[in-house]
Ligand binder design. Sequence first.
Ligand code: NAP
Length: 322
Amino acid sequence: MSKVYDVVIVGGGPAGLAAGLYASRAKMDAVIVEKGKLGGQAATTEELENYPGSIEHPTGPKLMERMRVQAEAFGTEFLKEEVVGFDFTEKIKTVKLSKGELKTKTVIYATGAQPMLLGAPGETELRGKGVSYCATCDADFFTELEVLVIGGGDAAVEEAIYLTKFAEKVTIVHRRDEFRAAKSIVEKAKNNEKINVIWNTVVEEIYGDGIVEGVKLKNIKTNEITDFRTDGVFVFVGTRPITEAIKGYVELDAKGYVIGDEEMRTSVDGVFAAGDVRVKSLRQVITACADGAVAAVNAEKYIEKNFEDVELPDAKKEGGWV
Ligand code: NAP
């Protein structure tokens, strides 16, 4: 039989990296399967001020890189592959990849969330041609130009502030008359001379001939439509869970988030969910890491209970751990 992992961790964001660290430190055979870049959304967040200790600029990418190095140092394997499905019917579970499969005793699903599309005409056609969902990735293209940011949450306001380092002027368009973002972030934006806010307004259309030239704005109080010329449009209107691979295998809520408990257990024994992908009240790097740690510890407990042949570290066998 091919190798059987103790845990296959799907997703290499903060939740997956923390799970890898905890699993490997517990001497579990752990692999993180990630189809894209490691670090998840946090790796594209230039200013990550609310993770304790993350004070070295640029905080997001550096912190994620350190998490990767640390997990690897303790023995976590990394596999760049896409997970396309599972088989949870046997005691040894199967993780189906776009090429091949992995056998494992437990799974930690930590795929996180991804940006939601606005749904306005022109958005998809002009994606990558002035429409962006990642300021860290694309801000540089807009040096000394004017950009528009859509949304009023932490991401929109934080990324607008970051964009002012490059762009000449940043206009935030928000559909209400107050931000959802944390007060500390809003204060910073208010004090930034390059940021201008248009309240009670939505973007009806993004237009341009092969490249963004402007947007049609609609004031939702007056229904007035106006034309607004801009060089770029950054969309931050929320995120959605990435559950394509696990849909149909574990219980999800109405919005598509994985339902689990405080021990990160899902509706299937031996399958855990951690980070932004699960139902929870606070989606931050700190809570994703905590989820990853809890999931790994409970995966270890599950193996001890369900696999008699499990190799325990010597001290544990002798009852030397308290
Ligand atoms: P979010 O908190 O869900 O905010 C989405 C924003 O987009 C809201 O202001 C919402 O307006 C607006 N919106 C939604 N649909 C819209 C539409 N169709 N047209 C126009 N506006 C629309 O999403 P997020 O800012 O991406 O953050 C996602 C999660 O990550 C949150 O839990 C957030 O706290 C976390 N996060 C944290 C940090 C940090 O702490 N440093 C940074 C980034 C993200 P309404 O306000 O009217 O609903």
